[in-house]
Structure formats: structure tokens, C-alpha cells
Design a binder for this molecule. Structure first.
Ligand code: GDP
Length: 195
């Protein structure tokens, strides 16, 4: 898989725009500001492919990137931003519910959490959505560079415990800033989308 051959396909604002062409989809979800855009940019080694620092709550879209004709990287809208209106929250819910109503399209779920903090109630809900698909998932503990060495393992344990993850769900320590975890996450993704 050649990551240089990445193209932005479309930004779906409503379920009628969802792609359902059978190409594997690797779906990324996370709380607003967790660094989802930064993780995606780091994976693809691009500077500003996914928009970093976009106003939280203002990006209720599902963005599709096609990777070397092999799979879609699906950037799901962030959640948990307090200052969004009810109508925006409803729009988020409708988009996500409809996306998750077709779990057969999701080859792998990638959930991003902030390694510095205990996962929030919203994170737990998101993890449950992924679990309910019955599809494989991986959790990325981002912003690792903000932790002391001694804090890393306790943080990973806390993520696993709080999200009540099965043993077979990897929790990958990651820093979008520094690049830690990039290859490990790519390995999980490539293994999942292998034809
Ligand atoms: P998104 O809203 O989840 O897409 O988050 P962004 O990618 O826009 O990142 C939110 C903020 O966190 C930005 O200021 C990033 O520079 C910062 N950030 C993202 N990843 C990391 C990381 O691994 N380490 C550190 N220190 N900061 C990060």
C-alpha cells in the first residue's frame, strides 16, 4: 500500500452521500480536540490533509480518503464538544447512527483517546458503538509525548479498563506530534484491509 497515493474523495454531510461501494473502510473516531486530524496526517505523512484545529463542533461531516485504491480512511465527526447546539448534536447523532447501521462496510474501527486523561463517558459510549458492530477495533492513546515514562503503562491500563476492552483489542501508545506508534497502527490497518 502506497500512502503517497492518497486522495480526498468527499465530505458527506448527510447519509445519502455515504460511500457503499464495498471497498474496505477504516473508520476513525474521537472526541473533538483529541488529535484525530493530527493522527491521520501523521499516518499519511501529510501536513494538512485532515484539517488540524478546525473549530470543534463545526465539522459535522464524514470525510473519505482513498488510500492507494485499496481502502477508505473514514474520518468520522468528533464528539464531546460542549458548546454545540442541540440541532448540531442531533445532526451528529443521525450521521453516526446511519454510518454505524452498516457495520459490514467497516473493516476496522480506530478509536482515538487522550492518553493524559481517563476516557470520558462519551468515549465509553463511542467504544460501545464500535463493539456493537462486531468488527475489529483498535484504540489509539494519543498525546503520549505529554506523559512521563512512568505514566505510560498506567495510562494504557486505564484506557483498557475504562473502555472495558476485550483482550484482543490493541491499545497503541501514540504521539501524532512525535510519530510514536505510527508503524504499529499502520500494521494493524494493513492487516485488516488485506484482501
Ligand atoms: P481533532 O479535533 O481531534 O482533529 O484534533 P487536532 O488534530 O485538531 O488536534 C487538536 C490539538 O491537539 C492541536 O493543537 C494539535 O496540535 C494537538 N495535538 C494533536 N496530537 C498531539 C500529540 O500527539 N501531542 C501533542 N502534544 N499535541 C497534539
Amino acid at each position: 500500500v502506497n500512502l503517497q497515493k492518497t486522495e480526498f474523495i468527499l465530505s458527506a454531510a448527510s447519509p445519502k452521500d455515504f460511500l457503499r461501494d464495498g471497498l474496505p473502510q477504516v473508520a476513525f473516531a474521537g472526541r473533538s480536540n483529541v488529535g484525530k486530524s493530527s493522527v491521520i496526517n501523521r499516518l499519511l505523512n501529510r501536513k494538512n490533509f485532515a484539517r488540524v484545529g478546525a473549530a470543534p463542533g463545526k465539522t459535522i461531516h464524514i470525510n473519505y480518503f482513498k488510500i492507494d485504491g485499496t481502502f477508505y480512511l473514514v474520518d468520522l465527526p468528533g464528539y464531546g464538544y460542549a458548546k454545540v447546539s442541540k440541532s448540531e448534536r442531533d445532526r451528529w447523532g443521525k450521521l453516526m447512527e446511519t454510518y454505524f447501521a452498516h457495520p459490514e462496510l467497516m473493516t476496522l474501527g480506530v478509536m482515538i483517546v487522550d492518553a493524559r486523561h481517563k476516557p470520558t463517558a462519551d468515549d465509553c459510549t463511542m467504544a460501545q458503538w464500535f463493539k456493537d458492530t462486531g468488527r475489529p477495533m483498535v484504540v489509539v492513546a494519543n498525546k503520549l509525548d505529554k506523559l512521563k515514562k512512568s505514566e505510560v503503562q498506567p495510562s494504557l491500563d486505564r484506557v483498557r479498563l475504562t473502555l472495558e476492552l476485550e483482550e484482543d483489542v490493541p491499545v497503541i501508545p501514540f504521539s501524532a506530534e512525535k510519530g510514536d506508534g505510527r508503524q504499529e497502527l499502520l500494521n494493524v490497518i494493513f492487516a485488516a484491509v488485506q484482501p
